[in-house]
Design a protein. Structure first.
Length: 249
């Protein structure tokens, strides 16, 4: 991806020249609130299940995006791909070029907590990472990526209302899926709930742009017990996190 400061000096210039290299929408075609998922087919499912009058605004690189209404409120859904670099590009452009104020990621995660099992929800209050993504901000120390408190509070209230099993805490946004030594025991010792691949970059981009973000993950497998789901199940059955995300609109 481009270094963070590559675009910083070009924000005003490029905002007038949307579409961007990665998003085919014109300015104004994307709502101020965007619910994102890594899998574009999950995005298509959200558009069909939750949105009225959905219009596709993006098909670049197959990363589908739709804008419609949910209970009369304008909202967009869009894919972000896999990994920190991919979500970093899409969320940076959404926040800085399209006027997006709130991004909610709904995705899958592998549990490393004995109380979180397949289908349960992990609400990411914070996101640890083994990525070097934060280096692009040239901070003089270690930045701690955290979610928006108001969104976290409302997500918890929604989980209680729906009766969904959930936990709130730290997740690990990992840069690697197949690692030589994931050091899982180290993260468990620090109370980390689950492992995913994107939320830390989302939270950093939200902080830098002065906007809001939240990551809500459904447990798709359990790293300690070996519980697992299929790709089809992850695509079509993980709707509880969507219920919670749309309740925040």
């Amino acid at each position: 991806m481009y270094p963070q400061n590559h675009f910083s000096n070009l924000n005003l210039k490029i905002m007038d020249k949307t579409p961007t290299p990665h998003i085919g929408a014109k300015y104004g075609e994307i709502a101020e609130t965007v619910i994102m998922a890594g899998d574009p087919l999950r995005v298509k499912l959200m558009a069909e299940k939750f949105l009225d009058d959905a219009v596709c605004f993006n098909q670049v690189r197959g990363m589908l995006g739709f804008t419609g209404t949910y209970k009369g409120k304008r909202v967009s859904v869009m894919g972000h791909g896999m990994g920190m670099a991919s979500i970093g590009i899409y969320t940076y452009e959404l926040y800085n070029f399209y006027g997006v104020k709130t991004i909610i990621r709904v995705g899958s995660a592998g549990s490393i907590n004995n109380d979180l099992h397949i289908g349960d929800l992990a609400i990411a209050m914070g996101a640890c990472t083994n990525s070097n993504y934060a280096a692009s901000y040239e901070m003089p120390g270690t930045f701690a990526p955290i979610g928006d408190f108001d969104l976290i509070r409302k997500a918890v209230e929604s989980c209680e209302k729906f009766g969904y099993n959930y936990k709130v805490g730290n997740v690990l946004s990992s840069d690697v899926f197949y690692g030589e030594n994931p050091h899982t025991d180290k993260w468990i010792n620090m109370g980390v709930l689950a492992v995913e691949m994107e939320i830390a970059a989302l939270y950093m981009n939200a902080a830098r742009s002065g906007n809001r973000a939240l990551g809500i993950c459904t447990i798709s497998d359990h790293i300690l017990t070996g519980e697992a789901t299929t790709a089809e199940e992850r695509q079509n059955n993980f709707t509880h996190m969507m219920d919670v995300a749309f309740s925040l609109i």
